[in-house]
Design a protein around this ligand. Structure first.
Ligand code: HEM
Length: 347
């Protein structure tokens, strides 16, 4: 078995000054045994802190104060393993019920779970995957993991995007006012709400979301081929591509007519790639359209109903980012002073 080091850049040290990292086991080709992905938490000088054979993911961890690092890793670890067990209990029966109830009539909506149940994968990496006899259905635990990944990464990304957008609106009151004015103008006169259909026609709301995705793509690293990593965050902030104003500035106007991002869409089209928060090409995120609507609904409702201001104590909003389980999130939860808007300001 050989090992791969993860998180070397973290440079975390424990109380004795020993560097720690998470190591991922990669089974030797043809060894035929051992876990698919297991992990060991160790010091970089080789001393082992502990190991698990049922790991799910190599941990991208948050480095804390020296000495707390191992405890933090193991808390995250326990959380991951416990979560996986709980999700297996939750999703397992639903997936099993779907497996049983699937008739051969082909009637009804085919769900994501159906496509996973229909999927056939090679029996093992060395087998000739083209031959049907070398292919197998996914096991229940594999289906559970994929459903979790699907639900987890997609909801986490949407939540992260909403939080970043709100954080930027807290720090940019003029942008918030402009957005509020647009929402009020578009609202239903009686109920004061903006319908889902109208939400898609609000250029400033779209610009605010795109600007937030440009500066804070929830999935900043996109793996296209095993050897290629695209840094969506750096692409979005590239001073050669964004020349109108400082690319680090939050300025939704760049996506309005006449702005340098006028033609930029959430998923790059044929033209120059100036940002790619949802990836690009064949494997781009299939949830991009849905996410733009989702994030738009949340941000619109929250800005329409509340005024967002910096916290009363020190008035600062910490825009530092960290890697969470699937996505990059705000390191500290957003702190803001929220005031319900009065009836006058709604009309
Ligand atoms: C703001 C929200 C979201 C962001 C920023 C985001 C971003 C991404 C990115 C960067 C990728 C990798 C694309 C690539 O490799 O080129 C991806 C893949 C994927 N996303 Fe999203 N996503 C979001 C929401 C969603 C939602 C809501 C769903 C499902 C309802 C979803 C389902 C998927 C799936 C299934 C893939 C894998 C596609 C493949 O491998 O072919 N995502 N997403």
């Amino acid at each position: 078995m050989k090992t791969e080091h993860e998180g070397r850049k973290g440079g975390s040290r424990n109380a004795e000054g020993r560097k720690t990292c998470v190591t991922r086991y990669v089974p030797e080709p043809g060894s035929g045994s051992g876990p698919d992905v297991a992990a060991r938490l160790c010091f970089s000088d080789g001393g082992i802190i502990g190991e698990r054979d049922d790991a799910i993911l190599p941990l991208r961890h948050r480095c804390r104060a020296p000495g707390e690092v191992e405890a933090a890793h193991w808390r995250q670890w326990r959380y991951l393993v416990t979560t996986r067990r709980r999700l297996a209990k939750l999703f397992g029966p639903v997936i099993a019920a779907r497996r049983r109830s699937r008739g051969g009539d082909g009637v009804g909506i085919s769900s994501y779970v159906d496509s996973l149940l229909d999927l056939r994968v090679p029996n093992n990496a060395d087998a000739d995957g083209e031959s049907p006899s070398n292919r197998r259905a996914l096991r229940d635990d594999e289906v559970v993991r994929l459903v979790w990944e699907f639900l987890g990464s997609s909801t986490e990304a949407v939540v992260a995007c909403v939080e970043w957008a709100l954080a930027r609106l807290v720090t940019e009151p003029e942008v918030q006012k402009k957005l509020h004015r647009e929402l009020i103008a578009a609202g239903d006169q009686r109920k004061g709400q903006v319908s889902d259909e109208r939400l898609q026609d609000l250029p400033y709301l779209r610009a605010v979301i795109l600007e937030s995705l440009r500066l804070h793509p929830p999935l900043p690293m996109i793996v296209c081929e095993v050897r290629f990593l695209f840094n969506a965050e750096e692409i979005g902030r590239d001073a050669k591509a964004w020349t109108d104003t400082d690319p680090d500035e939050f300025r939704p106007e760049r996506f309005l007519p006449g702005g340098e991002g006028e033609d930029v869409s959430p998923v790059p089209e044929d033209k120059e790639i100036k940002m790619m928060p949802f990836g690009a090409g064949r494997r781009h995120c299939p949830g991009a359209g849905l996410s733009m609507i989702h994030v738009g609904c949340f941000v619109a409702a929250l800005v329409r109903e509340f005024e967002w201001a910096p916290p009363a104590d020190d008035g600062s909003v910490d825009l530092t980012a960290i890697n969470a389980l699937f996505v990059k999130v705000m390191a500290s939860l957003l702190r803001a002073r929220i005031t319900a808007r009065t009836v006058q300001s709604q009309s």
